[in-house]
Design a protein around this ligand. Structure first.
Ligand code: ADE
Length: 232
């Protein structure tokens, strides 16, 4: 997959993508990330990327011209673009099925706005999807784009060592994860549940299923309501 990210703050994006799963995906050649500094597509001595909102109001609005120019330049490279995603708190809220669906694409573009907003003509003519990472407001779309890249990158075939681990994650079947333990079997008087050291995999699976169900009921009953009954 190739992901192009358009931003005014390219430095924010560099660290997280050079670590952990996205870095592994890039090393294996399964993920290509191109970061585009919007300022390079702005004109004039000051390379202005934003301006005051027509009609007044607080904050600055990203101008349309640099974004159109940047996207046109990006579109000339590589495969056809599948989705142009604008990261915004008023988009559809990201969840696991959405990440699964996006991971099937070959090419995504993400626009991370860092000001009050972006000129509506960008959203009307370029953007094909608007995504929020949750019901809270960040100071810019960069961190949200990172979250989306991470959620999608780990789903790309071959990225995770154990082929089944992305599928057994919390949320993949609408339930939270069971508690996990490692050695030592007893720590400061607190022992690991007996079943996990029994070697009886049928019992272990049944215990984990029950733990997942109880945890989900207690913490996220909304997930049980949304759940696809065929997941069982
Ligand atoms: N930009 C600012 N807040 C955001 C959010 N919650 N999700 C996506 N992009 C954002």
């Amino acid at each position: 997959m190739r992901v192009d990210i358009i931003t005014c703050l390219p430095d924010i994006l560099k660290g997280p993508l050079d670590e952990s799963i996205p870095a592994r995906a890039r090393r294996k050649g399964l993920l290509e990330i191109h970061i585009h500094d919007l300022r390079e597509y702005a004109e004039g001595k000051h390379r202005q990327v934003d301006d005051y909102p027509f009609g007044g109001g607080a904050g600055m609005v990203l101008k349309p011209e640099p974004i159109f120019r940047c996207l046109e330049a990006i579109a000339e490279q590589g495969d056809p673009i599948d989705e142009v995603i604008f990261m915004t708190p008023d988009g559809e809220v990201l969840d696991q099925p959405m990440a699964n669906g996006l991971s099937l694409n070959k090419r995504l573009v993400m626009i991370a706005g860092h000001y009050k907003g972006v000129d509506q003509r960008v959203r009307d003519h370029l953007v094909t999807r608007e995504i929020s990472i949750g019901d809270y407001v960040l100071s810019g779309g960069e961190l949200a784009a990172m979250v989306l890249v991470d959620a999608v990158a780990r789903l790309l075939p071959g990225v995770l060592g154990d082929a089944s681990s992305a599928l057994t994650d919390s949320f993949q079947d609408g339930l939270l994860d069971a508690p996990a333990y490692t050695r030592p079997a007893e720590f400061r008087g607190d022992a690991v549940p007996e079943v996990l050291t029994s070697g009886d995999h049928k019992r272990i699976d049944a215990w984990r299923d029950e733990q997942r169900l109880q945890k989900t009921k207690a913490r996220r009953p909304d997930l049980l309501e949304k759940r696809d009954p065929s997941a069982d």
